[in-house]
Each structure stands twice: as C-alpha cells, then as structure tokens.
Design a protein around this ligand. Structure first.
Ligand SMILES: Nc1nc(=O)c2c([nH]1)NC[C@@H]1CN(c3ccc(C(=O)N[C@@H](CCC(=O)O)C(=O)O)cc3)C=[N+]21
Length: 297
C-alpha cells in the first residue's frame, strides 16, 4: 500500500488508535503499581530472524511508553525444545510475570503447538493457548474474562474506533491462519451479535464473489496486491492485515507491504494502511491482554 492515497477512503489510523489505547493502559498500570502489584510482561525470542527481532523490540518500547516493566529472554537459533520449555516453566512460576509471548515463527526443530500449550493459559498474552481458544468457542457474550487473540481483537477495536457500523454487517475475512483468520469470526460473533462473518481461504473457489458483497473486508494472507479495487463494494471498509516484505525496484531496499493493491482507496470508504494499521494495534492489544490478566489477580 502506498504511504498516502489519492482516493476518498478515510484512513483507519492504527498508530493513533493504539496511542489512545496505550494512554488508557498507562493509567491502569499506574493503578496496579499503586496497589503493590509488581508485574511485568516477558517475551521469548528464539533465533535471529530480523523481522521477529524488530517486532520484539517494538513490544518492549511499547511497555516503556506505558510504564509496564518487561523482560526479554533471547535464545539462539539452535536452542532445543527443552530449553524453550524450561524458560516457559520459569515464567509460569514467577508470580510477577503476568503475561508473556513466545515470538512466532519458531525454528523448525521446535514443535510450536507444544510450546503454546506449555504456557500458563492465564499468562497467555497472545490468546492462542488451546484453553483460551476453547473458552472463545464456549463463551457467547459478556466481558472477556480470559486472554483472546490480539490481532482479531485489534481488527474489531480499530473498526469501532473508526465508526464503521458492525451491527448486521457482512464481514469477509480472507485468510484462515492461526493468529487471525480462524478465530476472528468467533470473537466478532461474541462481541457484535448481528455481524455475519465469511472466512475465505486458499480453497475458496471465487474469492471476489465473497469480497464484493461484504461491508467489511479483512485480508490476512500475506500476498501483496491480492485485494484489488474491483473486488471491493463501493463504500466498504477494508483492513489490510497481511504482511509481506518486498524489494523496492528503485532503491533495492526491502519494505513492508500489505495485501491491498493501489486503487482500493478510491472505492472503499474506510481503509487501514499497512504499515500503520493493524500492526501497532496488535501490539497494543497484547498489552491489553496482559493488563487485564494483572487486574484479574
Ligand atoms: N507470538 C507472536 N505473537 C504475535 O503477535 C506475532 C508473532 N508471534 N509473530 C509475528 C506476528 C506479526 N506481528 C506484528 C506485530 C506488530 C507489527 C507492527 O507493529 N508493524 C508496524 C511496522 C513495523 C516495522 O516497521 O517493522 C506497522 O504495521 O506499522 C507487525 C507485525 C505480531 N505477530
């Protein structure tokens, strides 16, 4: 997605919305501290993938901004599964650690599902533990009293913040991955009864047939240019969630890009850019999960 757009779509500015969420979190962290709760967020990073290292660095910067203590655990690329499980066990045991994440993807010698399952569900800042995903299936309404997946939460918060009507909306989720697509519908149906969510994926026969009738299209695939203007109903809201790194032909530099092609800004009424949209929101919701966990203690 180009940095600015010529079309009429209103920008769903994830940086601004995240800033407001973080201001609220700072006040809540202040209260936790006043109550004598000495809590921190931890990250476990295995290996030296530059993108993962950047994400983790941003997460700790967010914590500094909010006034929440944080701790980094960095393990080498060839770390064994037992070494990662030992770090998880230590964080599970530490009463001051109120939430943590294991940055994904993990090196191939490590079984991701086993790692996620080893996290104490109450400290699962990503909301991806099978217990929490199970609670998401089982709980139909009311306030969330368990951690829920950050990026789906981020999508709903950004839509609400931008004033996009959700009541009765047709939402087309493009992508069926663990972190976004699979659970979005569950979260959406729970907090917004009345929205109809269709989840499309690699096996969907005619993707445009589904996107074209949607009031809200969320693309979380990681294929640059997948969503083109002709696939969008005029006046729809579009969230660009997928992340790819592409080389700029002019400069040779690698840059981040989403799934949404140029020109969608001329058809959509709302558009979240990428970067600058769901990425910063996901980080903010990660800390929401952690602060909520601390408040429950
Ligand atoms: N356990 C785990 N939890 C995650 O939540 C998780 C993960 N693993 N692995 C990778 C994905 C991806 N993800 C992003 C978060 C923020 C930005 C973000 O803030 N992006 C900025 C740009 C950042 C930059 O310039 O590099 C933006 O969109 O404006 C992007 C991507 C979280 N993930």
């Amino acid at each position: 997605m180009r940095a600015g757009w010529s079309g009429s779509a209103q920008k769903l500015d994830g940086i601004q919305c995240a800033k407001e969420i973080k201001a609220d979190l700072a006040a809540r962290v202040e209260k936790l501290k006043a109550a004598g709760k000495n809590c921190y967020l931890a990250t476990i990073l295995v290996g030296d993938d530059p993108a993962s290292a950047t994400y983790v660095k941003h997460k700790h910067e967010d914590c500094v901004e909010i006034g929440l203590a944080s701790r980094r655990v960095d393990l080498p690329q060839d770390a064994s599964q037992d070494a990662v499980l030992a770090e998880i066990a230590a964080l599970n045991e530490d009463p001051n650690c109120v939430g943590f994440i294991v940055q994904l993807p993990l090196p191939e010698q490590i079984d991701t599902a086993r790692i996620i399952a080893a996290i104490d569900p109450e400290k699962d800042a990503d909301g991806l533990h099978p217990m929490n995903l199970g609670k998401l299936v089982a709980s139909l309404s009311g306030p969330l009293d368990f951690p829920a997946p950050c990026t789906p939460r981020a999508c709903l918060e950004l839509l609400k913040w931008g004033g996009v009507p959700l009541e009765g909306a047709n939402i087309c989720m493009v992508g069926n991955g663990m972190t976004v697509g699979r659970s979005f519908g569950l979260l959406a149906s729970r907090v917004q009864p009345g929205a109809t969510v269709t989840t499309c994926h690699i096996g969907t026969r005619n993707l445009a047939e589904h996107t074209r009738v949607a009031d809200i299209v969320i693309s979380a695939v990681g294929v640059p240019g997948l969503i083109t203007a002709d696939m969008i109903k005029p006046g729809a809201a579009v969230l660009d969630v997928g992340i790819s790194r592409v080389q700029n032909p002019q400069t040779g530099k690698f840059q981040l890009t989403g799934d949404v092609a140029d020109g969608v800004d001329e058809v959509a009424a709302w558009l979240s850019p990428n970067p600058g949209g769901i990425g910063p929101m996901t980080r903010a919701l990660l800390i929401v999960n952690v602060v909520e966990a601390a408040e429950r203690l």
